[in-house]
Design a protein around this ligand. Structure first.
Ligand code: AMP
Length: 302
């Protein structure tokens, strides 16, 4: 099944305790698309400025990523700058230059309208619904959002959630959206808003999924080298939905494998700046790391 993704395509400037990267390729749709394209064809919708050249597009070329929905307009590409704490668990946004992203009006090319899976990246919830209205009959609609929208446009976020089957957010966002501290209670409240499946991302502490079958937990893979967590959440979403789309299944067993595949892809993402590590993968190395997760979490019955 093909996946339509809408989100940011960006230049990121990132400082971590291990180094500094200046104006490298980033953005939620970029991380998502490259991760998902290892499993299923991706239809990318986004906007870049005239400073986004062929050398940057090169990251997407030669992969199962359709770029007809990536608009290039006069002006500068969205730029985000962030700095991570010593333990990499928190980050400060130093600047956000929306540039061409400020007036982004997503247009869905006719060739994309039959996409079976839709991922509404973290953009204005009103725009998320506009995207959805242009897709014919998606089988799965998944969505991301952030505190900025949960606080700024709560009614619009809730209206979008009524049309979504899978919500992927972090633990803090789940608590703020539901007003509940317990993630179990938060999940009950959020699932009542629309999404039958809630995936809560907890950074180095892994992922919790809540669906009709109950609860599923996956750790993050303990790694020798963690370099830059930027994009890990979007990469998780790309691996999760890309894998799910490749199976054509939506039941609990497939969702659980998708959580592990999302975690597998995110574990690669953090090993280098930007998309550098994601771009050099192949299916055998991805599958080998999936098996590391299996070994990490397997235990016998009593
Ligand atoms: P993550 O680490 O998964 O939260 O994603 C980080 C990516 O999100 C970076 O590559 C940024 O370019 C992008 N980003 C940061 N702020 C925003 C924003 N306000 N809207 C859209 N994308 C953003």
């Amino acid at each position: 099944m093909s996946i339509l993704v809408v989100g940011s395509v960006a230049f990121d400037t990132v400082e971590t305790p291990f180094g500094h990267a200046e104006r490298v390729l980033g953005g939620s749709a970029s991380f998502f698309s490259v991760a998902a394209s290892y499993f299923s064809p991706v239809n990318l919708v986004g906007v870049v400025g005239d400073d986004f050249g062929e050398e940057h597009l090169g990251a997407f070329r030669g992969r199962a990523i359709d770029l007809r929905g990536l608009e290039r307009i006069e002006g500068k590409t969205f730029h985000w700058q962030g700095r991570y704490s010593l333990d990499l668990n928190s980050r400060d946004t130093i600047r956000t230059d929306l540039n061409v992203f400020e007036l982004f009006q997503p247009k869905i090319p006719a060739a994309y309208r039959g996409s079976e899976v839709v991922f509404l990246g973290n953009i204005d919830p009103v725009l998320q619904r506009q995207v959805l209205a242009q897709v014919e009959r998606p089988r799965v609609v998944a969505c991301d959002t952030m505190n900025f929208w949960i606080h700024g446009k709560p009614a619009e976020v809730k209206e979008t959630l009524r049309k979504v089957q899978i919500l992927l957010i972090n633990d803090q966002e789940a608590r703020e959206l539901s007003g509940e501290w317990s993630l179990v209670k938060a999940a009950r409240a959020i699932r009542a808003m629309g999404p039958g499946t809630l995936v809560v991302k907890k950074g180095e502490h892994g992922v919790l999924m809540f669906d009709e079958a109950g609860m599923f937990a996956a750790p993050a893979l303990p790694l020798e080298r963690v370099f830059d967590p930027t994009g890990a959440g979007d990469t998780f979403a790309g691996g999760f939905l890309g894998y799910l789309a490749s199976t054509g299944e939506t039941g609990d067993a497939a969702l659980r494998r998708a959580v592990i595949m999302g975690s597998t892809m995110a574990s690669f993402c953090v090993e280098a700046f930007s998309l550098d590590r994601l771009l050099e993968l192949d299916r055998p190395s991805i599958d080998a790391r999936y098996r590391e997760f299996e070994r990490l979490t397997r235990f016998e019955s009593l």
